[in-house]
Design a protein around this ligand. Structure first.
Ligand code: AMP
Ligand code: MG
Length: 342
């Protein structure tokens, strides 16, 4: 399959291109497009054959549900009829934005889209191209991150091209993504909203809007959730959170401790590894620049692969900060939970 590159840098001048991308989606095709978080791989969420193609192209396990993207609040009624008041408040205040909410699904939503679950994850992305494309296609769009399963999420169209060229119908080219990590996933089906995947939008921000408590999936708090056989000790509630994720080709180790100690130790270990003939890459973010770290993390991992690095040393961010915690959730997985204290 030839993957078409569709250029919409200026949304006002991109009408023809937008229509072309939307008609591919309507015909059951796969189109990657930019959102504010990461690039998404879109398909008609109400068409099980289209949703199935996403799993095949990404090599995604079939029990890992897709997030459905909408452009208007009115589209929510196609997906669910159970929207609690707290969710309405969150939509009014935080949509469009990097927040995904989980609801009981309507019968019409195919199980292929929800990975066999009776719930559906929904988000309204804060990106002009994504919104225009969803509107033009006229259907809710299922769109997981547009990477091969297991690889770092794509924050530039070039990353999508590297992973999926030849396997999908088109890539809508846009700018690099503003946020850089995937949306916060919040389960709204229980009594108290529960964060299943941390993101740039923090539990504190959510609590402020709803005027009540939010809890974290306990599985998120276990930094080393694997026993020796490699199986999970606590199964996370978002099926996707249990899979091997974000893995660069290189072996990776995280150094945790005082910033200056981390810097010194990183240099020492890097020198030692280089003497042994390894190509070493380092990732060290400024101590309190959490949003910048979120923005850069995946693209730095991908750069390491491109540079054929075979050993990566990364400095831990403080996971006391909610955005730091969201980045660390990805970093721990990339390193296979290989963390040393310094
Ligand atoms: P991705 O879109 O590839 O970034 O992954 C979507 C994430 O949302 C995965 O971790 C999924 O397991 C999670 N997710 C999507 N739908 C649901 C759902 N209905 N219930 C729980 N988790 C979900
Ligand atoms: Mg993903």
């Amino acid at each position: 399959m030839e993957t078409k590159l569709i250029d919409i840098t200026d949304i006002k001048k991109g009408e023809v291109q937008l229509r072309e991308a939307a008609s591919l989606l309507c015909a059951g095709g796969l189109v990657a497009f930019p959102t504010e978080t990461v690039y998404g791989l879109g398909a008609d969420a109400m068409n099980p054959k289209a949703a199935e193609k996403i799993y095949a192209a990404k090599g995604r396990p079939s029990d890992n549900p897709l997030i459905v993207h909408i452009a208007e609040l009115g589209d929510l009624a196609k997906l669910t009829s159970n929207v609690p008041d707290s969710a309405k408040k969150l939509m009014d205040n935080l949509w469009p934005g990097p927040l995904t909410m989980i609801f009981k699904k309507k019968e019409e939503v195919p199980y292929k889209t929800t990975g066999g679950l009776d719930t559906v994850a929904v988000r309204m992305p804060d990106h002009p191209i994504a919104l225009a494309l969803i509107r033009e296609s006229g259907c809710p769009i299922a769109a997981p991150s547009a990477n091969l399963s297991g690889k770092p999420s794509p924050t530039r169209w070039e990353h999508v091209y590297q992973d999926l060229n030849g396997a999908i119908d088109a890539i809508v080219k846009g700018e690099p993504c503003r946020v850089g990590i995937e949306s916060t996933v919040l389960d709204m089906t229980g009594e108290i909203p529960m964060v299943l995947r941390p993101g740039i939008l923090t539990p504190e921000q959510i609590e402020r809007v709803i005027g009540g408590k939010v809890i974290l999936d306990p599985a998120l708090l276990v930094h080393r959730p694997r026993d020796v056989s490699g199986t999970e000790m606590i199964a996370p509630k978002a099926p996707g959170m249990k899979y091997k994720h974000y893995a660069p080709k290189a072996e990776m180790m995280i150094l945790q401790g005082d910033f200056n100690r981390v810097k010194e130790e990183m240099k020492r270990i890097a020198d030692e590894k280089r003497k042994q003939g390894s190509k070493v890459g380092t990732i060290l973010f400024d101590e309190n620049e959490f949003e910048q770290a979120a923005h850069d993390f995946f693209s730095q991992l991908r750069q390491m692969d491109e540079d054929h690095v075979d050993f990566i040393l990364a400095g831990a961010l403080s996971d006391k900060n909610s955005i730091g915690f969201a980045v660390m959730n990805r970093m721990w997985k990339s390193a296979g939970y290989h963390v040393i204290q310094v």
